[in-house]
Design a protein around this ligand. Structure first.
Ligand SMILES: *Cc1c(COP(=O)(O)O)cnc(C)c1O
Length: 452
């Protein structure tokens, strides 16, 4: 007899400590042990099914147990599971680096592997600082970030992020970043366009660059969508202006495409919509199609060359992680990129995204919806207490959590961020599945907002 949900969750709660969770919630909120996945569906040990509307934390692109990626990983497993990447190399790492250089914006000709998103951010911060040090600018030690940004949970990544819920507790441990106001278009004036708002917000960034360029290594941004920051979105013009200003002031631009890369925003990389090339691009999450932890920092040959010297000069980037460039993970990434190469994914996503938009368009008129916004395959519905003033529900009421519970009772895994219900499904979601996802989300919102 296979175990039941109940048996497994009891054993789990006796031993595990789960990520991003107040464990006491599980006294009343059931933990769900998953037995298998297929396509957009997850199935628990009692046979209940859940449509994975959030791609298991934004990593899955082509469904669970994707036949093509499964096959590639199985073949790699019999050849080489892992080897260190210092002094040694292997075919999947080389092929993937070549592919990423070809696919990413122009000038990103070097690939440094890491093994998760936060670590990629850490590596890019260290590389930028170290580049300036190696090239005779040791006073550059600071970073500019956007308000409401998220770059991961390790101390360096947390320091350049700005989501209070994750950061505030640890503030005494963190290096100080310089924070520019986010171009977040939810905050635009009534009647103001996304573009006008994002342009106006850039004036503050320009001023910070003018005043601090001498001590700043890099500006780090999430291009187009601040995902963990409640799926807030902005106009690409901000990125074009930022690219020019960084060049003018001699400051690097780090694009954290960990969440938005690999087609999420409509283009393969979000930076393409502003026709810019950053100095560092951090990739993870969708990189392996959601199979295995892997990340990469893509950068320029000129930056690489600033570290390339005789050993005795001690300019090398002596940074490593044990599982850096793992062959199984690289092979999964190659299989995922093969799918992009052989099928019109971005084109199909335009239809899928339009369908998602249509399915919830009517929610814009709901008295407790402040905004329905969308960038490509990311759609967000912001719940508010008062529509006219966009006054949020007090966070203590946990309205989003009610939508989560309603979703689980009705076959859909939604995991709202605070009061923001969002869809970020695998790209293979069908029209019927979109209808189900949208209907359940709308009913869940209706119910969550029906009580005062
Ligand atoms: C998820 C995320 C990270 C952190 O990646 P992990 O693999 O979870 O450490 C960093 N930046 C952005 C934009 C992310 O969404």
């Amino acid at each position: 007899m296979p175990p039941t949900n109940q048996e497994l969750l009891q054993r789990d709660l006796a031993t595990l400590w789960h990520p991003c969770t107040q464990m006491k919630d599980h006294e009343w909120l059931p933990l769900i042990p998953i037995r298998r996945g297929e396509g957009v569906w997850l199935e628990d040990f009692d046979g209940n099914r859940y449509l994975d509307a959030i791609s298991s934390w934004w990593v899955n692109l082509f469904g669970h147990a994707n036949p093509r990626i499964n096959q590639a990983v199985k073949e790699q497993l019999d050849r080489l599971e892992h080897v260190l990447l210092a002094g040694f190399s292997h075919q999947p790492a080389i092929e993937l680096a070549e592919r990423l250089v070809r696919l990413t914006p122009e000038g990103l000709d070097r690939c440094f592997y890491v093994d998760n998103g936060s670590s990629a951010v850490e590596a890019s911060l260290k590389m930028s600082y170290h580049y300036w040090r190696n090239t005779g600018h040791p006073r550059k030690t600071k970073f500019i970030t956007l308000s409401n940004s998220y770059h991961g949970e390790t101390l360096g990544a947390l320091a350049v992020g700005d989501v209070a819920l994750y950061k505030e507790t640890y503030r005494p441990l963190l290096m100080q970043a310089i924070t520019a106001p986010s171009p977040d278009c939810y905050l635009r004036e009534a009647g103001e366009s996304w573009e006008a708002h994002s342009r106006r917000r850039f004036e503050d960034m320009e001023r910070l660059l003018e005043n601090h360029a001498e001590e700043v290594c890099a500006v780090i941004v999430e291009p187009l969508v601040q995902c963990a920051g409640y799926m807030r979105m902005y106009h690409p013009v901000y990125l074009s202006l930022l690219r020019k200003a960084c060049d003018r002031h001699g400051v690097h631009l780090i694009a954290d495409e960990i969440a938005v890369g690999f087609g999420r925003t409509g283009t393969l990389f979000a930076c393409e919509q502003a026709a810019i090339s950053p100095d560092f691009m951090c990739l993870s999450k969708g990189l392996t199609g959601g199979y295995l932890p892997l990340s990469a920092v893509m950068t320029r040959e000129t930056i690489y060359q600033a570290f390339y010297d005789d050993y005795q000069n001690l300019t090398a980037f002596l940074h490593s992680h044990s599982y850096t460039g793992n062959p199984l993970a690289c092979r999964a990434a190659l299989a995922s990129l093969d799918i992009f190469a052989h099928e019109p994914i971005l084109e199909n996503n335009r239809t899928t995204a339009a369908h998602m938009g249509q399915a919830v368009a009517h929610m814009a008129d709901h008295p407790h919806v402040g905004e329905v916004r969308q960038t490509g395959m990311i759609l967000a519905i912001e719940l508010v207490q008062d529509k006219a003033s966009k006054t949020p529900y007090p966070w203590q009421q946990r309205r989003g959590l009610r939508v989560y519970q309603y979703g689980l009772q009705n076959q859909v895994l939604l995991r709202p961020l605070g009061n923001v219900v969002y869809f970020m499904p695998p790209y293979i979601i069908t029209p019927e599945e979109i209808e189900l996802m949208a209907r359940v989300a709308c009913e869940g919102i209706e119910q969550a907002c029906s009580t005062p």
